[in-house]
Design a protein around this ligand. Structure first.
Ligand code: BDP
Length: 641
């Protein structure tokens, strides 16, 4: 039998560049190495979501202010999860630059007297310090990945404690994404940044308390292999425990009907299934990998991981899932909704997936940061394909300078994007891959959005990061999105990646209002990429700002007709080029942007849905195209949704 999931990429030299320059060293603590908690016969899970008390610090210096040493009164209360910016009416909160405090009381149940217990934050944007009563017990840098704090030796079961989280929203040149705090003419702090979405902050995802036994499963990693026909599949797994390496285990693979289809008794191994139900785009099938740790034949811990068996690889100019050419239809998205900002909201999440299904979108990119874990689980369950992006957006000083007509300053310099930034970026990749490595829906890692890839220093900055990504996961193709202007003759990094993702705004930022010229220019550029690289190309962004309800007979910018016509024009070009293997419209829905640009009217309006998720005419146009049986690109067994 020929297994199709041969590691895609060249084997790694013992000492890669990433290792040599110290990118493989990791963060200060391993609080980010958190396996998503679950409740079962042995483990317990308690939500700490709900209403917390909230305060801004009196002074700007958290070390001086020490707000966590006192009880924060319930004068201001805040929902968790949610971004804090749009909850209140006070501009000081909305425009806060620096720390803010969240506080609540919690109790570790008396029944948790055996084993260990943790508080887990699914995300705190962008930096957190966690306090139990008066003591700082942990923290995290990076706004879109989880971390946890072991509370076992800090609070006793049955004891009430004060849990305070100081949240910092500051972006600097050494954070991912980067930014810069400046003092404005009025003497106030202002957060500047180079990305086109609002810098929402707060406890944006769930918080929980959970318990595990002393000897417990601390991590599980799976990779899968299969033949293209689904005759045979293999689940390779590796389990880490808090106990010794000879901890006894039982590992079973259970199908959707609850039947055990394979079993093993080692912490690391391979399980074969024949015939196998493959995880397919639009037709997900999830096995359960059940890991049980045993002591004298008694189960002391158990953890269930959903596993989809599928293979992904790039061959020539095709992107193959289970050996079949896959054509991506869908969007670049945002986690963004009125009032909640970037707060996780299950209603919006499922509604968004339903809208995508309604119109035949089979995939999306997590532009421009890792989304909530629930989103990834839902994509696994429903067969939606995901390009998973780290929060490395705005590593490009050229874009905003270009918009202002200024000479672009250099991005990769000592005082801007430098070695420290690269280290933060490496850690962000490490945390993303650690969190999402087991999701069948994730078919690729996107290491950055629209960096200054044509500037000196870009290659030195990105090459080690691409190598690190491949070291961390040799099974998934790696990409980045290339910015307009970093053309085939100028881009210094495109050869490092498995497939090309191009963000292009023909008919909008260039050839504005002239779709005939836009078509010519777009085709000409795409053919240059095809000539230079025998690689698949995804159009990872294209679109036009559109004011819902503005209609016009003629080609009027911002009208629903113009957006529709621009998409139609783009599709004509895509359909004529074999190497184009996907189209992700920018954006799924309108979203909030910083209030510092005159080219945005209450946010970016390139959504094909409004921020409230009402369709513009373009949504119907896309639905017609993506669900049309004659859609030329959706042949070869690829499925809509
Ligand atoms: C691209 C960015 C995206 C922006 C979009 C736009 O990747 O974040 O929102 O352009 O201008 O440069 O609408």
């Amino acid at each position: 039998m020929r297994l199709s999931n041969i590691p895609l990429l060249r084997p790694w030299a013992a000492l890669s560049l990433a290792t040599l320059i110290g990118l493989s060293s990791g963060a200060d603590t391993d609080q980010w190495k958190t396996l998503k908690p679950q409740a079962n016969a042995i483990r317990e899970l308690l939500s700490l979501d709900g209403t917390w008390n909230f305060a801004l610090p009196q002074s700007r210096e958290i070390e001086e202010d020490q707000g966590w040493t006192s009880v924060i009164p319930p004068k201001l209360q805040i929902p968790v999860p949610a971004s804090y910016n749009d909850i209140f009416t006070d501009p000081a909160i909305r425009n806060n630059v620096g720390w803010a405090y969240y506080q609540r009381h919690a109790i570790v149940p008396q029944t948790w007297s055996e084993g260990r217990y943790y508080v887990r934050f699914d995300s705190v944007t962008h930096e957190a310090k966690v306090y139990v009563n008066d003591e700082e017990v942990g923290g995290h840098v990076g706004g879109y990945t989880p971390f946890e704090v072991d509370l076992t030796d800090l609070v006793s079961p049955g004891e009430q404690f004060r849990l305070t989280v100081a949240v910092n929203n500051i972006l600097t040149w050494q954070t991912i994404p980067p930014g810069e705090v400046v003092t404005n003419e009025a003497g106030k702090l202002r957060q500047d940044y180079n990305h086109d979405f609002y810098n929402y902050a707060g406890i944006a995802r769930s918080v929980s308390l959970y318990s595990v036994p002393d000897v417990h499963v601390s991590d599980v990693t799976v990779t899968t292999e299969n033949d293209d026909e689904g005759n045979e599949g293999t689940v390779n797994y590796s389990v880490e425990t808090s106990g010794s390496n000879d901890t006894q285990a039982r590992v079973t693979l259970i199908d959707e009907d609850g039947n055990e289809v394979a079993e093993a008794s080692e912490l690391e191994g391979s399980l074969n299934v024949s015939p196998v139900n493959l995880w397919q785009p639009g037709a997900a099938y999830l096995y359960t990998l059940r890991v049980e740790l045993l002591s004298d034949d008694t189960v002391v811990d158990t953890y269930d991981l959903p596993v989809g068996v599928r293979s992904v690889r790039v061959e020539g100019n095709q992107f193959l899932i289970n050996g079949k050419p896959f054509y991506f239809t869908g969007f670049g998205k945002h986690e963004d909704s009125p009032v909640r900002g970037k707060g996780y909201d299950p209603a919006y999440m499922i509604h968004d997936f339903e809208l995508m299904k309604w119109m035949g979108a089979n995939s999306f990119r997590t532009s421009h940061y890792p989304y909530a874990e629930e989103v990834m689980e839902y994509a696994d369950r429903h067969g939606i394909v995901v390009i998973d992006e780290v929060a490395a957006v705005g590593l490009n000083l050229g874009i905003s300078a270009g918009l202002r007509g200024d000479e672009p300053p250099k991005t990769f310099t000592e005082d801007k994007v430098n070695n420290e930034t690269q280290k933060t970026h490496a850690q962000a990749l490490r945390e993303l891959i650690h969190r999402d490595k087991n999701h069948a829906s994730v078919v690729s890692w996107c290491v950055t959005n629209e960096p200054a890839s044509a500037e000196d220093g870009a290659r030195e900055y990105f090459q080690p990061l691409v190598e690190l990504t491949r070291e961390l996961d040799p099974t998934r193709p790696v990409t980045f999105t290339n910015v307009m202007g970093a053309t085939v003759d100028k881009c210094l990094i495109s050869d490092l990646f498995d497939f090309l993702s191009l963000n292009r705004y023909y008919g909008w930022y260039v050839q504005t209002g002239d779709l005939e010229s836009a078509e010519v220019a777009m085709e000409e550029e795409l053919l240059q990429w095809v000539d230079e690289y025998d690689k698949p190309i995804i159009m990872s962004e294209y679109g036009a700002d559109t004011l819902a309800g503005l209609h016009a007979v003629d080609e009027v910018l911002w009208s629903e007709e113009y957006q529709t016509n621009l998409l139609r024009m783009s599709h004509k070009v895509f359909d004529s080029i074999d190497s184009i293997v996907g189209e992700h419209v920018w954006n799924f829905a309108d979203f909030q942007t910083p209030h510092t640009g005159v080219n945005r009217v209450d946010g970016n309006k390139k959504g094909v849905f409004t921020r409230e998720r009402r369709p513009k005419a373009a949504a119907h146009e896309l639905k017609r195209r993506w669900l049309d049986e004659g859609f030329p690109k959706l042949g070869n067994g690829t499925s809509g949704a």
